[in-house]
Ligand binder design. Sequence first.
Ligand SMILES: NC(=O)c1ccc[n+]([C@@H]2O[C@H](COP(=O)([O-])OP(=O)(O)OC[C@H]3O[C@@H](n4cnc5c(N)ncnc54)[C@H](OP(=O)(O)O)[C@@H]3O)[C@@H](O)[C@H]2O)c1
Length: 207
Amino acid sequence: MKIGIIGAGKIGATTAQLFVKAGHAVAISNSRGPESLQEIVKKLGDNAIALSKNDAAAFGEIVLLATPWSKTEALPDPQLVKDKIVIDAMNPYKPGGGLYKLSNSTSSEETARKLPGAIIVKAFNTKNFKHLELGGRKDLPLQERKAIFMAGDSIEAKAKISRLIEEIGFAAVDTGNLHDGGELQQPGTKIYNNDITCAEARGLLGK
Ligand SMILES: NC(=O)c1ccc[n+]([C@@H]2O[C@H](COP(=O)([O-])OP(=O)(O)OC[C@H]3O[C@@H](n4cnc5c(N)ncnc54)[C@H](OP(=O)(O)O)[C@@H]3O)[C@@H](O)[C@H]2O)c1
């Protein structure tokens, strides 16, 4: 699969490494341009390239957003992700710290509004990048693997992201639709930054 990643920091670079290792082709991007990513691309190997934000979005069959949520200018041109699965790994932190108050909405619903036509799956946002980098265990049965939570309105998209999560050694735990599941996955909830197994996660969520 071709995966375009916007953001090449802690989460963007870590997911890139895991996806490449699982056999996918990855394009990464940042705000400073492909030249600034040569070193990281070299480390990632032949299945990775550095592109501009919009070229990475065009490249990906799936696109992962790993930029600060407050920087809306980091989002791709909506036309480039229309009808594509877009994984929203972002959290609504303010630049100086603290969280935006979103009333009855969630950060990924706000992302969905800005990318009309994209199929948004909120995933990877609850997982600290170090736990992500080191926690994958393909040798374990799913129930014993560490959980990666996902929320979204498309069952088909979540099935695809679930397979991707399994390929990198974790187990996907579906928290529900983009609104309800998205609320469960926001910072400060019991599953946020909680490095638990799939079985523990199901127990915690009563699923
Ligand atoms: N850190 C974690 O463990 C973790 C875990 C789960 C979710 N998250 C979420 O993931 C997101 C990224 O966090 P992070 O810790 O990976 O941040 P980070 O290390 O600071 O990386 C942010 C990345 O976003 C890029 N970026 C900023 N503005 C951009 C723009 N206009 N166009 C393209 N790229 C742009 C930056 O590129 P430049 O360096 O070139 O500006 C950088 O590569 C946040 O929303 C965070 O809440 C983080």
